[in-house]
Design a protein around this ligand. Sequence first.
Ligand code: NAD
Length: 475
Amino acid sequence: MTYQADLKLFIDGAWRSGEGRDVHTVVNPVTGSGIADVPYATAADLDEALAASERAWPEWRAMDVEKRGSILRKAAKLLRERAEAIGAILTQEQGKPIAEAKAEVLGSAQLFDWYAEDAKRDYGRTLVRPAGQLSRVIRQPVGPVATFTPWNFPIYLLAKKVAAALAAGCTVISRPPHETPGCTTELFRALADAGIPAGVAQLVHGEADLVSRTLIASRTIRKVSFTGSTAVGKHLMKLCADSMTRVTMELGGHAPVLIFDDCDLEKTLDMVVPQKFRNAGQVCVSPTRFYVQESIYEPFLEGFAARTAKVTVGDGLAAETRMGPLANARRPDAVGALVDDARAKGARVLAGGERGDQGFFFQPTLLADVTNEAKIMNEEPFGPVAVTRAFSTFDEVIAEANRLPFGLAAFAFTENGRRANLLGDALESGMVGINTFAISVADAPFGGVKDSGFGSEGGKEGLESYQVVKAIHQA
Ligand code: NAD
């Protein structure tokens, strides 16, 4: 299958191509070779996008919420109709299996539908006052928004921000990751074809530092929403401090998975192994640190290793592939260094542990008896590596799960209802999944605590993150 992406900037309602602009090479992670060039925004492009965003905002915020919603729902419909083609572009840019890529496009369409409806139910509240007086609290759109998103779920994470911001009545300028420009361009093509007015939703491929500094320093952008590493998140927050720009930070995680000896072991293994290797482990809520109760530790490892050996690794375009390559050249090096460090510190390698022969592949890997001295017990691997260790008591495993500065997601497997209640309270994370991994859904908030960031995406809270609150008192 050939790569068929039309790589352009979308500024003030018009598509702009490469003439006079620097370009960046898009690489297929299966081969490590270039497949296309994406044009990068110039300083003038960014200034024009900012001006257009400011111009378009009053009309967009004043538009009837039903009319705004109808544009978002049309974009959702177009994404669904184009899911096959967009999924193929995504797989060739990022590596994930085609079925996962298509599901990502469909999930993104659902976000547009959900926010188109949710925005209609933004009622505000009226306070109790003596007769003849009125005090009310309303929420209004914060203003033009800038989004910065990563390559692991390039369409879904972008849609989470763009759908909520547009539904709230904000205009948006988005800088997508340089690894995946084609599929993210298709999201804006769906919005353009759905009739989004000029300047309301704009796409600027470009050099990350230039784009973020320029947009944040302008007085136009009132809100920044970032998904990516904790280090870049902290850097962007510092830039935002100068302009008092609001932020939502969805940053890294290091999800603990607590496996208690009363779980249904076979069922649990059938869930955790595919989940670990989904998107080659490049998921901020990927199950990473498996703490397994002593009495079932060895059977758990045996079952995990047997299932890992059956994971078919290859080109995501092939129907039988269950795990593709990592997304860029940095990832196999980073993952390999963490595995080597753990091995040197006494971990047993029960499956994988090596790079692939070509492109950016890394084998599905299982490490056992990993101590806290190993870097991988402390740094997010963001790759296909399961890290395991035995535990004995509830209190010990909770302390261990909460030990790291991250707090995005935590998971537990137990058939004991009282224990499940206690876990929900005790785990320090933005999301807790008990006997499930289904924690990223349109109608629930998604976000972290501690170094995993703050602010929510998804659910009512996702819409509110693009609003300011106003109290109006009338006597
Ligand atoms: P990164 O933080 O360097 O980049 C994340 C995204 O932010 C990318 O799209 C990147 O282009 C962009 N970015 C980088 N510098 C920027 C800047 N100055 N201004 C604006 N945008 C900027 O991460 P990476 O090297 O691509 O991935 C490495 C680590 O990032 C992973 O190990 C993982 O910890 C984390 N990560 C987290 C998520 C998530 O969903 N939370 C997603 C991707 C990566």
